[in-house]
Ligand binder design. Structure first.
Ligand SMILES: Cc1ncc(COP(=O)(O)O)c(C=O)c1O
Length: 402
């Protein structure tokens, strides 16, 4: 086994796809009072523009979320202590689920301990030999794993290709079908045509599951892309969400009908055999829902900064916060990301197998808590690195036009 592990590490190094779970400059947050962090994890003094995180609205450090989390710890303790179906359901879970419903316009919600667990839960609970799962080829790893675990027959349709989806739906032999898409795709940042996909699903008596991980808080004035498409509450549309991106907390949820919620409570293994969401996370996410509903301008700021980023980097503006910039081969993409980090800008570096089409990318996320000037400065730094790496014909063309 030891030799195999070493061989695997060698292969990753050769392909330039080594991943690190290291503390990155500026990403560690402030040191806890009264205790110095170890040298290796101490953040530097350099101001950092973090375009790598999914904290699109900057809520993870918002004093209102912190106060809600601390209040929940004072009231309930630091853990839920048991599965939700034993004694782990707390009033704060009901509060969170009600706030998620209010924000998205869905009739019922069920909170999970992560977005990953929510996706596993819903697809395994709906799946099985009698349910055909049809999944967009760019679906997130959690949806792919969920489809595999569901023991359903699975068909993957080409990214966004609704004609192919229609053909597959028309040819199905199973009594039930579930179509799986993301509202805004996590790496490329493009959007699904939800209205048309939902219409197709209705026509073919299929259920549509929309992963709104990158939509809630950003699309539709913060209420999500399903709401914006006029599909909130449609009984053939189900949403999954993470609480860890725009909501600034941790956890996940499935939203849909009361009947679906009841089915999940009784059959979703990642809900039943998992400890309930930590009270602090539930309370922080509930507070985030209230803030997003009351302050739609936050979502507006994400989109206007997304326009600044896209224009500055010479790429077409994507639908939400995520802007995707081709980064060359995996080593080059990684070295550009490292140079940017040294210059004070954190960007995501996505390489195979984390990219759906095999092309390495810099993933930049627009944020509501950055000014347009900060965002523009970050875009300039990114562009300078791309031009130096000979990777920016599109960027150079954009600059020549200006
Ligand atoms: C599209 C999508 N779905 C689900 C998840 C999983 O969410 P969580 O981080 O809450 O497990 C992610 C997170 O990366 C995601 O991008």
């Amino acid at each position: 086994m030891q030799r195999w592990l070493e061989d695997q590490a060698r292969v990753r190094r050769r392909r330039g796809i080594v991943r690190q779970a290291a503390v990155r400059t500026g990403a560690a947050g402030p040191a806890p009072s009264g205790s110095a962090p170890p040298e290796a994890s101490r953040p530097t003094a350099r101001p950092v523009l973090d375009l790598a995180s999914n904290d699109y609205l900057g809520l993870s450090t918002d004093p209102r979320l912190k106060a809600a989390a601390i209040g929940a710890i004072d009231r309930y303790g630091t853990g839920a202590r048991a599965s939700r179906v034993v004694t782990g359901t707390l009033p704060v879970h009901a509060e969170l689920e009600a706030e998620l419903c209010r924000l998205t316009g869905q009739p019922a919600a069920l909170a999970f301990s992560s977005g990953y667990a929510a996706n596993l839960g819903v697809l395994t609970a709906l799946g099985g030999p009698g349910t055909l799962l049809l999944s967009d080829e760019h679906s997130h790893a959690s949806l792919i794993d969920a489809a595999r675990l569901s023991r359903s027959p699975v068909e993957v349709f080409p990214h966004g290709d609704l004609a192919a989806l229609r053909t597959m739906l028309a040819a199905r032999t199973q009594p039930r079908a579930v179509v799986v898409v993301e509202s805004i795709y996590s790496v490329l940042g493009d959007a699904a045509d939800l209205a048309e996909t939902a219409r197709l699903c209705a026509e073919h008596d299929a259920l549509l599951v929309v992963d709104e991980a990158h939509g809630i808080g950003v699309a539709g004035g913060g209420r999500g892309a399903v709401h914006a498409a006029g599909l909130a509450g449609a009984d053939h549309v189900v949403l999954t969400a993470t609480l860890s991106k725009a909501l600034g907390a941790q956890g996940g949820a499935v939203l849909g009908s009361g009947a679906l919620r009841g089915h999940l409570v009784n059959t979703a293994r990642s809900f039943i055999f998992d400890t309930g969401l930590a009270p602090a996370s539930a309370a922080a996410a509930a507070e985030a829902c209230r803030i997003i509903a009351a302050e739609p301008q936050l979502a507006g700021r994400v989109l206007s900064n997304a326009a600044v980023l896209a224009l500055g980097c010479g790429v077409p503006q994507a639908a939400g916060a995520v802007q995707s910039v081709p980064g060359g081969d995996p080593e080059r993409a990684a070295s550009i990301a490292a140079e940017l980090e040294a210059a004070g800008v954190l960007v995501g570096c996505f390489r195979p197998p984390s990219v759906p089409d095999g092309i390495s990318r810099l993933r930049l996320t627009a944020r509501a808590d950055f000014t347009a000037e900060e965002t523009s400065r970050a875009a300039e730094l990114v562009t300078a690195r791309l031009v130096a790496a000979g990777l920016a014909p599109a960027v150079q063309a954009a600059q020549a036009v200006r």
